[in-house]
Design a protein around this ligand. Sequence first.
Ligand SMILES: NC(=O)c1ccc[n+]([C@@H]2O[C@H](COP(=O)([O-])OP(=O)(O)OC[C@H]3O[C@@H](n4cnc5c(N)ncnc54)[C@H](O)[C@@H]3O)[C@@H](O)[C@H]2O)c1
Length: 440
Amino acid sequence: MNLNELRARVENKSARLAVIGQGYVGLPVAALFADNGFNMLGVDVQPERVEKINAGVNPIEGKEPGLAELLKRVIASGTFRATTEYSELHDRDIFLIAVETPVDENHVPRYEALRAALASLAPVMKDGALVIVESTIAPRTMHDVALPLLEEYSGMKLNEGFYLGNCPERVMPGKLLKNLQTMSRVAGAMTPETADVMIALYKNIVKADLDPANCITAELVKTVENAYRDVQIAFANEVALIAEAAGGDVWKVRELVNKSPMRQMHLPGAGVGGHCIPKDPWLLVHRAGERGVPLRLIPAAREINDSMPSHVADLVKEALKKVNRDMQGARIAVLGYAYLEDSDDARNSPSEALVRILRDFGADPVIHDPWIHEYNSDVYERVKGCDAVVVMVAHSAYRQLDLHKVKSILRFPVLVDGRRVFDVETARSAGLQIASIGKS
Ligand SMILES: NC(=O)c1ccc[n+]([C@@H]2O[C@H](COP(=O)([O-])OP(=O)(O)OC[C@H]3O[C@@H](n4cnc5c(N)ncnc54)[C@H](O)[C@@H]3O)[C@@H](O)[C@H]2O)c1
């Protein structure tokens, strides 16, 4: 099949699609295409996940507006089903790959999942198939990893036997369906003609700009946009530390700074987590670092953001000192274990780092999170008898906390607010001694 025939199948919606990787990205993408008239097969290596999906049960447990209903609908209509078997992919025309792409402890990309997906797909891929990598990858990965793997394992040649592109995702948990449909995307491809077919395909679900580009540009754009965010957050975090030292309030400062033209200072906080922001800057710099390009700003930003849980631990220590309580043996209620408000996603969570640091100090952290099974119990029961409470995530449930009640069940009236969930005066009037990031 040539590209014109594939394009015709996309336009009349007879193209048969598959999404490899049914996680935060792959599942909503698959469900949306299925809802827009395409026959869709979802592939994942986790049998329990596949089972849940086929039963119409959404495996993502955070607040994800519309996803559970959408999944139920497309499973019931028969346009979508999931499998663990790559052999079932032999009749598919287009493959979207949305597997995880983490980095290791030395910040080197770990492409085990991507390599495995490509190596399993290539032998069953039919002639004329289009493969689109949606995962976030380091610049040049399409040329240096995806292309050689597909050619080797399929025995076919690029642009003769198969077509290849890279269309990175811009979604965030909590807004997966909304982001997918309303945010612009870069359709990076090995040829402009392939980019055109990709745009014709994504038009079905994306109601925003679809910009054609080559693969290297698409890879750079995705990793740059997340590195940009990480650097901006690091700037806000450093200003927060400066404000604390100066006796100011970073939130007031930020509000007024942002009245100045072309200033958009980000929010400071207790750390940066998730599958993307903590690792995408490392993906961006990986190859340049190997080639000796001096890298200063982006690694420094990573270091600042990674140090914020340690700063929170220091705030707890200082606050306890004021009430003559040592960290040794102190029970510290840690509210929030996900990396993001109202999400169940705890990957690279700053709370995980905080818990480790508190334990190193000899303290006894007690974790609560309304969105994570393991930690979901009555919040007041978790706080009861603790020496201090730390808010690490701005979950909606925490904004409703009765601070008078919190004060009455704590052993010491110590509250550390890592996300500025509480107004300082309100907390003080409830009798709490509050320490907030960015306010001395
Ligand atoms: N989560 C986000 O908000 C987000 C946003 C933008 C981009 N991304 C990028 O999208 C990609 C996927 O992220 P995610 O959050 O969806 O990850 P995820 O871990 O939620 O999902 C990945 C899925 O792929 C499956 N998988 C792994 N290896 C496989 C294989 N060989 N064959 C089939 N399935 C396999 C896993 O079992 C898992 O269910 C990453 O590159 C990430 O950086 C994520």
